[in-house]
Design a protein around this ligand. Structure first.
Ligand code: SF4
Ligand code: SF4
Length: 233
């Protein structure tokens, strides 16, 4: 029984057909690629001389709006990387009115995010019920020491200045509930102020009427008789 062995010296295509090589064809192909690329628009960004145009919702760094944070710990609990560190203590707030109850509230002592562990998933921002965390497109915060990538609350607050304004609402969208509540409160206040103004004007008119001297009855009768006589003449 005879076996035919393939000729390994001839290059073949994947389908098994032999591929003929023309001398210089590789060079021609390379030049063709070079020419094609030369005529295309360049996509290279000259960073850092030219800043890149980032999409408005880019995930660069996280900013903390401390005034909104109630230290509920939700972000720290949900962070998959456990890279949010929060310390707090409780404080007693005296009763707002006499006879009322004292309340206790959480006071923030430390809020830090370790960006060397963060994987920019955005879960902390999504779960925060009080809008205290925001994405900033700022990305130039590389450090030579990894420990400096833990940003404490002051630094996180500074990032808030780089957070872009929220995009405009869709024309057909409902107004946000905060805006509706603010409008209702403003309308109520305007009605109260108008009622107070009307009551004040009414009280002024009454006071003016009370100050006017009242004529005695005899005067008016004399006046009527006098005018009657004048009419006869
Ligand atoms: S973006 Fe994700 S990983 Fe980073 S701090 Fe927030 S929850 Fe943690
Ligand atoms: S979830 Fe929001 S409010 Fe709660 S601790 Fe985190 S940042 Fe503060």
């Amino acid at each position: 029984m005879s076996h035919s062995s393939p000729d390994h010296r001839t290059p073949t295509t994947p389908s098994g057909r032999s591929r003929l090589s023309i001398p210089g064809s590789g060079l021609a192909k390379g030049l063709a690629v070079t020419l094609r690329t030369m005529t295309k628009r360049t996509v290279t960004e000259q960073y850092p001389d030219a800043q890149p145009e980032l999409p408005p919702r880019s995930r660069g760094v996280i900013g903390l709006f401390e005034e909104n944070c109630t230290v509920c710990m939700l972000c720290a609990r949900e962070c998959p990387d456990w890279c949010i560190y929060i310390d707090s203590h409780k404080e007693t707030v005296p009763a707002a009115a006499p006879g009322g109850r004292e309340r206790s509230r959480n006071v923030l002592d430390r809020f830090a995010i370790d960006f060397s562990l963060c994987m920019y998933c955005g879960i902390c921002i999504e779960v925060c019920p009080f809008d205290a965390l925001f994405w900033s497109p700022e990305f130039e915060y590389a450090e030579t020491d990894i420990r400096d990538l833990t940003h404490e609350r002051d630094k996180l607050r500074e990032w808030m200045w780089t957070v872009p304004a929220p995009p405009a609402l869709d024309p057909g969208a409902e107004d946000p509930k905060e805006l509706v509540a603010a409008r209702k409160a403003a309308d109520k206040l305007a009605v109260q102020q108008e009622a107070a103004r009307t009551a004040e004007t009414h009280a002024d008119e009454q006071a003016r009427a009370a100050e006017q001297p009242t004529r005695p009855m005899g005067d008016s009768r004399q006046q009527a008789e006098q005018s009657e006589e004048e009419g006869r003449e």
